[in-house]
Each structure stands twice: as structure tokens, then as C-alpha cells.
Design a protein around this ligand. Structure first.
Ligand code: CO
Length: 147
């Protein structure tokens, strides 16, 4: 495992749309492990592949230091409610602001082996999932600020 450099605001890759993962191989497993290591080292709670320079539909989330989610080709299949809370982003240093997110979400995603999972998340986990999945479509939290 290794940490990878985090892409910062201003680099065009953060605004591009990531591609579906079709190869579930050692390279993908290595990417996911490196993303977790990079995220934890930076004290983040989520990280998406474009943030380490790769346009792949992969993100990782861990909001409590225990439950580690690896989301490959994630799709939000259901969402409900609204919550507003302060967010930041490892790619947007020294900025934060309030964003409206779903209160609850159902997300389908594959793991590094291609196995499909269905996750029901709420509260801060739903915030993190929504924020990271946005990255896969080039959307940043600063696009969604509310007062
Ligand atoms: Co972010």
C-alpha cells in the first residue's frame, strides 16, 4: 500500500466524468487500498478516484474509523429526506460550507471483486456517500452551497 497525491481544485480532472469499472483485477484492489490509506492519512472520511487522478467510478468512505465502504460503480437507487450540514473536501483545502444532502439513501455498489452490495445509509454516512458519488460526475460541494 502507498499513499497517493491528492488532486486540488483547479485541476480539470476534478470536473470530468468518471468511467465505469469493468476490470476487477489486482490494479483495482491496489487502488482501493491506496485510497483508504491516503484518506486516513489526510484525516478524511471519504475519497473518490478522480481525487487521486483517475477517472474511475470508485470511492471509499469511512466516517467512524470502523466501517470501511469501498464503492465501485455506485448507483443511488433511492433517497429520501434532506439534511443540511457543513462539509469540506480534501481537494478543496481551507474551505467549507453548508450543503443539502439526502437524509437517507439506498446505494448499490460493487466491491473490488465485482460482488454487488446494497447499502442503506443515513445521517453523516449519507452525506459522505452523496459527496463522494458526486465526485464521479465532476461535482464538488462548492457547487451546492446553501446559506
Ligand atoms: Co470531496
Amino acid at each position: 500500500m502507498a499513499t497517493r497525491g491528492i488532486v486540488k481544485l483547479g485541476e480539470s480532472i476534478l470536473r470530468a466524468k468518471s468511467r465505469e469499472v469493468v476490470d476487477f483485477n489486482d490494479k483495482l484492489a491496489c487502488l482501493i487500498d491506496d485510497m483508504f490509506e491516503t484518506m486516513f492519512k489526510a484525516n478524511g472520511v471519504g475519497l473518490a478516484a478522480p481525487q487521486v487522478g483517475l477517472l474511475k467510478r470508485v470511492c471509499v468512505v469511512c466516517v467512524d474509523g470502523v466501517m470501511k465502504y469501498e464503492l465501485v460503480n455506485p448507483v443511488i437507487v433511492k433517497s429520501s429526506g434532506t439534511q443540511i450540514g457543513q462539509e469540506g473536501c480534501l481537494s478543496v483545502p481551507d474551505r467549507n460550507g453548508n450543503v443539502a444532502r439526502p437524509k437517507k439513501m439506498t446505494v448499490e455498489a460493487q466491491d473490488r471483486n465485482g460482488k454487488k452490495h446494497v447499502y442503506q445509509v443515513s445521517d453523516f454516512e449519507a452525506v459522505a456517500f452523496s459527496h463522494e458519488i458526486d465526485h464521479l460526475d465532476g461535482v464538488l460541494f462548492i457547487d451546492k452551497l446553501v446559506d
